[in-house]
Design a protein around this ligand. Structure first.
Ligand code: COA
Length: 313
């Protein structure tokens, strides 16, 4: 006699689910990394991962699909997704370790893929190259790796980085008037549009964010870079810039917000100048990620710096 397979219902996350979703993200990610011999990602209490619910709910209310085990009512998986005018991004997705390998991730993803197909939009995500489980999950529904990114890690000295950076004088904090030019630049260079996200970073209602822009000598903007400082994460990104020199100047400016702390950021692995400069500053590689897409994709005409919080394509 075979064991009865668990059954799952899919529904939209509501605010009452946030504590359980937060604990699920924390346990799923930390368990996966620990069991594969890597350091855990999240430290401290499990509610640090409420950050994902809070930020995503502000940017895209109601865009998290969850799987609940029918018999027990236990949360088995969650998947954040973000329909934009140009594409649908996949945010963080997790299955509780007790339910790994039972098709929960696949059920959630296939539903979101179906919605994207109904909208006729390509999908984008950033996923770890070290995680064959998530690679397989995404690959089976048609995602293909397009770019490789190096996750670079640096502890910024309390007194700041003791280096001179060309172009740094053209970098300044962003203001609301920069949102439209930032949106236009990202659309031009990367082919994606998400003005609401960019506005949210610049408005900074939760106090975690900072945005720098680099002015062009020809007028307008040559780039922007966001960073988040939160107990769960210190990350630079998202960002888009015309040249590697612009990227270096923006990274330098945003790292200065993280004095005395370790921060992580993703650099396209073909950006030799950025990577060599980061090594000179003392940065090390801590992981590799793929930028993946399902459907139409064009190679960026500049530098793209994605992140995981919030996800970007
Ligand atoms: C990645 C994760 C979400 C996968 O969820 P899951 O419920 O365990 O995955 P599923 O059981 O649905 O399996 C996914 C698919 O991959 C397939 N698969 C698994 N390993 C495979 C392999 N080595 N080669 C090919 N296919 C494979 C499965 O057959 C399944 O495909 P199908 O349903 O179309 O047949 C889960 O392992 C997890 O939460 N990991 C930790 C957090 C994480 O990595 N999140 C993603 C990045 S943010």
């Amino acid at each position: 006699m075979g064991t009865k397979m668990a059954e799952f219902e899919l529904r939209a996350m509501v605010p009452a689910d946030w504590p359980e979703v937060s604990a699920l993200i924390y346990d799923s990610i930390n368990d996966w990394y620990r069991n594969h011999g890597f350091p855990e990602i999240f430290q401290g209490p499990k509610d640090v991962c409420l950050l994902f619910c809070e930020v995503y709910e502000r940017i895209d209310p109601g865009r998290c699909l969850i799987a609940v085990e029918s018999q027990t009512g236990r949360l088995a998986g969650s998947c954040f997704y973000h329909p934009r005018s140009t594409h649908v991004s996949l945010g963080i997705m997790n299955v509780h370790p007790a339910y790994f390998g039972q098709g929960v991730g696949s059920r959630l993803l296939k539903q979101v893929v179906q919605w994207a197909d109904e909208l006729g939009k390509p999908m984008r995500l950033v996923s770890s190259t070290m995680n064959l489980d998530s690679f397989s999950l995404y690959n089976r529904v048609g995602f293909r790796p397009r770019m490789v990114f190096q996750d670079m890690l640096l502890t910024v000295p309390e007194t700041g980085l003791p280096v001179e950076v060309p172009g740094r004088d053209r970098v300044r904090p962003a203001n609301l008037a920069d949102v439209r030019p930032m949106r236009n630049l990202e659309l031009e260079l990367v082919g994606i549009e998400r003005e609401a996200d960019l506005r949210y970073f610049v408005e900074n209602p939760d106090g975690h964010w900072h945005v720098s822009v680099i002015d062009s000598t020809a007028g307008g903007l040559d780039g922007f870079l966001v960073s988040i400082a939160h107990p769960a994460l210190r990350l630079l990104g998202p960002g888009a810039m015309r040249s590697e020199a612009d990227a270096v100047a923006l990274i330098h400016a945003e790292l200065d917000r993280h004095r005395g702390h370790s921060a992580v950021w993703l650099v396209p692995s073909d950006c030799g100048h950025v990577i060599r400069t980061m090594y000179d500053w003392g940065a090390v590689n801590c992981e590799l990620h793929f930028g993946q897409s399902r459907g139409a994709w064009t190679r960026p005409d500049g530098i793209v710096m994605p992140t995981f919080m919030p996800e970007t394509g």
